[in-house]
Design a protein around this ligand. Structure first.
Ligand code: TEU
Length: 539
């Protein structure tokens, strides 16, 4: 496959509001990201993905944008953002921005105009429908509410929102909308950014005719609809192809077969994607399913398109808590998961704090939570008469706030994140798990990640090597090779709280072979992996 800079890159996601606060308002800010650029650089990553920083009422943490071309006051000023870009580039770091164009905030001037009257020129910029039989146009559910339709009394129509009521969906069928978005994209690209992470980009095209869904709760009908590829090809031709940038599309409900349509190199749409088969099919770890997902995506994209690897982000519970061991074997587990993500085919994404093995949280009361998705669901369920404590317990494990607690910098008050009152409660384990601690410990998760990333720079087998699973059917051990030319690497992972034995074919004998990296100081037995042990061999 053609070699490109972004295929070789490791991305670090900065959820700025929880990263580092420099002005004491309790929110992280862009100045805080600048202050920590050397830390990010030291990890060895190549690209920063910055969550939305645009002007916003901030009901969905910046994913409800009211002005695409200005910076949210909480984050800083345009001048600060420009300095961030400059300082990142000076350190050889690239910067990609979140592009949220399925919807805007209901406070965006476009929507204010659109809802002002039925004959406003921007009426058609959003999706307006008449009532059907005196009720909603169809039975579709939104991500955050029981219906995608919200009644607008003054103009007597419903508008569509795939997320919160305050996030109306744009009408991509309207050419003026598309041109307005393209011009906004050029605005940021001309400032010198290095690409976009595209929020729910496969939702832009809606099902023709808006028919009722057979299973309204299974909201996959919101995405991958006819017309989506025409929009993305147009966006590519009119905008992206004129810049040397990378794009990663957030693409829920996608199979490898459909995924290729978005990232196939001959398709001129996107470079790479986040699919959610792992997150959606595996509330808890399921090794057999995970291997199957890796296998089908590898076969689907091999030689034709590029995948991404991640297990957590600002929407998904921290990986050691959700999928690994955040107790006794927290460090081993964090290193094992890191080894896996950095050695499977595709670009690895690190979510801030992952590199020190940060964990999820369980707050005692719903009032301690901020996540609009969780709060709406809590409302919906308790209003049905369900026991509040039961609903809370059900929502806690996957609450998006698990990953949104402030970055733990040191053991001082508020984990060194802010001098003020943090916008979200700090995880109480910050006294043990923090950056200062990690940087002082040569055996920390941080230095292990640093090593993984530097190996990627040194050995292109990690990036371009063919993949083969040698552990099919094993529920704990994951053993696979990556090979490129003469070089073969064997990765052995024991994703278990118990020791387990590996059985390998003779062709993959590890005796006398070079151990490139491992997460245990001593190997007790060559063919027995200790709990959460991870090893990389060069054969
Ligand atoms: O998230 C969309 C989203 O919720 C899904 O991609 C979900 O993670 C997937 O279907 C797996 O279940 C994006 C943003 O990341 C999120 O923070 C925003 O709230 C949302 O879009 C709306 O903009």
């Amino acid at each position: 496959m053609k070699r490109t800079w972004w295929k070789e890159a490791v991305v670090y996601q900065v959820y700025w509001r929880s990263f580092f606060d420099t002005d004491g308002d309790g929110f992280g800010d862009l100045e805080g990201v600048i202050a920590k650029l050397d830390y990010i650089k030291n990890l060895g990553v190549d690209v920063i993905w910055l969550n939305p920083i645009y002007e916003s009422p901030d009901l969905d943490n910046g994913y409800d944008i009211s002005d695409y071309q200005s910076v949210m006051k909480k984050a800083g000023a345009m001048e600060t953002w420009e300095r961030l870009l400059k300082e990142a580039h000076e350190r050889g770091l690239k910067l990609i921005m979140d592009l949220v164009v399925n919807h805007t905030s209901d406070q965006h001037s476009w929507f204010l105009e659109s809802r002002s009257s039925k004959d406003n020129p921007k009426r058609d910029w959003y999706i307006w429908k008449d009532a059907v039989d005196g009720g909603k146009p169809n039975n579709w559910r939104s991500y955050f509410t029981p219906s995608v339709w919200e009644w607008d009394e003054p103009t007597g129509q419903y508008y569509m929102h795939s997320f919160a009521v305050q996030q109306p969906d744009l009408n991509w069928e309207n050419e003026e909308v598309r041109e307005a978005i393209y011009s906004m994209m050029r605005f940021w690209l001309d400032k010198g950014i290095d690409g976009f992470r595209m929020d729910v980009i496969n939702l832009l095209a809606k099902q023709k005719g808006f028919p009722d869904a057979e299973q309204p709760d299974k909201i996959d009908y919101l995405g991958n609809n006819p017309g989506i590829h025409e929009y993305l090809q147009e966006m590519n031709e009119k905008v992206l192809s004129h810049y040397d940038v990378m794009t990663v599309g957030e693409i829920p409900f996608v199979t490898p077969e459909d995924g290729l349509k978005y990232v196939g190199e001959d398709r001129n749409e996107l470079n790479t994607l986040f699919h959610f088969q792992v997150a959606d099919d595996m509330p808890d770890w399921d090794m057999l399913r995970y291997k199957e997902i890796q296998q089908t995506w590898y076969e689907g994209l091999h030689g034709k398109g590029w995948n991404s690897q991640f297990l957590n982000n600002h929407d998904h519970t921290r990986q050691v808590t959700r999928y690994g061991n955040d107790g006794e074997y927290r460090c081993e587990s964090a290193k094992l998961l890191g080894t896996m993500l950095h050695t499977l085919p595709g670009m690895p994404y690190i979510f801030q704090g992952e590199e020190i093995g940060m964990t999820g949280v369980r707050f005692p009361s719903i009032d301690d939570y901020q996540d609009i998705a969780m709060k709406n669901k809590y409302e919906e369920e308790t209003q049905k008469g369900r026991e509040a404590s039961e609903v809370l317990a059900e929502l806690q494990p996957l609450s998006r706030d698990n990953s949104r607690t402030p970055m733990q910098w040191d053991a001082s008050a508020n984990a060194g994140f802010t001098d003020g009152q943090p916008w979200m409660t700090v995880n109480p384990n910050y006294t043990d798990i923090n950056v200062e601690e990690a940087l002082n410990d040569p055996k920390s998760v941080f230095y292990f990640y640093q090593k993984l990333i530097s190996l990627r720079k040194e050995y292109d087998v990690m990036v371009y090597g063919d993949y083969q699973d040698h552990s099919e059917g094993d529920p704990h051990i994951y053993a696979y090779t990556r090979s490129l030319g003469e070089v073969t690497w064997l990765i052995l992972l024991n994703h278990s709280n118990e020791a387990n034995t590996v059985s390998l074919p003779d062709t993959l004998s590890i005796s006398g072979k070079e151990l490139v990296l491992g997460n245990y100081q001593d190997i007790q037995d060559l063919h027995t992996l200790q709990p959460h042990e991870a090893r990389i061999y060069q054969l």
